[in-house]
Design a protein around this ligand. Structure first.
Ligand code: ZN
Length: 260
């Protein structure tokens, strides 16, 4: 029996999260913390360890080769980098942290989590291993279902009906796009609303790819997404990156991307 508490509650920006005092006191009683490699954890993990020296920190992104944050048209290239970094309250540090939207990467995370659980509770290693094996089978089924919805030839990186693009406010879907031969265009620039110039580039790109849907996420602003959707005569739909029902959410987002 493992009691699992979630650090980042629903509806908040996970990148800039600050643990609450109550969470810090609960952490002091925890056996393990499962880190995912989000920016906020950088300065906080040493504080967690200082507070709970016996707590094991399991890095669930261990062994995962991360891709660069997509530097697509949406990024304001004229600004010097230092200026962006100073202003950006949401600096991804160059590497894309949104690993949990790729089923294959979640397999690696699940293995790391299982190893961590064995270390804190060796008596139940058999249970953890069985659960991991059945979760891996669920992920394989999910992957097959997703490939049916979004067919993709990984050799040529072309979808069955050409390469499909989708427009999102926050660039959460980089690994998902890579896995399923999609092009992710993001509206947000360095964690901020786009400048008028970026806005124009996004509109041009969206028109080129015949974007019919603009995806928003519950924890981010809908304002510029709605402006862009209006310009494109496109509809606005949610693509939640942090949905509790991870599997069905990936399936429904895939279906929305395929249908646009
Ligand atoms: Zn994010």
């Amino acid at each position: 029996m493992v009691e699992c508490l979630v650090m980042v509650p629903p509806g908040v920006n996970a990148h800039s999260y600050e643990p609450r005092p109550l969470q810090m006191s609960l952490l002091s009683k925890a056996k393990a913390y499962f880190a995912i490699g989000l920016e906020f954890e950088g300065p906080w993990l040493p504080k967690f360890s200082a507070l709970a020296p016996n707590m094991k920190i399991v890095r669930t992104d261990s062994g995962i080769v991360k891709i660069a944050v997509p530097a697509d048209v949406a990024h304001d290239v004229e600004k010097p980098e230092s200026e962006n970094a100073a202003e950006g309250h949401h600096d991804h540090g160059g590497l894309d942290p949104h690993i949990w939207l790729s089923p294959q990467l979640v397999k690696l995370q699940a293995s790391s989590i299982e190893h961590g659980l064995e270390e804190i509770d060796a008596a139940h290693a058999g249970v953890f291993r069985n659960n991991l094996a059945s979760f891996m089978r669920e992920i394989d089924t999910l992957e097959q279902q997703l490939r049916t919805i979004l067919p993709c030839d990984s050799a040529t990186r072309a979808g069955a009906r050409g390469r499909k693009a989708f427009l999102v406010f926050h660039p959460t879907w980089g690994y998902f796009a890579r896995d399923f031969c999609l092009t992710q265009i993001s509206i947000e620039v360095e964690g901020k609303e786009p400048s008028p110039r970026s806005m124009k580039e996004i509109l041009d790109m969206a028109a080129k790819f015949r974007i019919g849907t603009v995806f928003t996420q519950p924890e981010f602003s809908r304002k510029s997404a709605e402006v862009i959707a209006h310009e494109l005569h496109a509809s606005v739909l949610d693509a939640d990156a942090l949905a509790y029902d991870w599997k069905n959410n990936l399936l429904s987002v895939a279906a929305r991307i395929a249908a646009q």
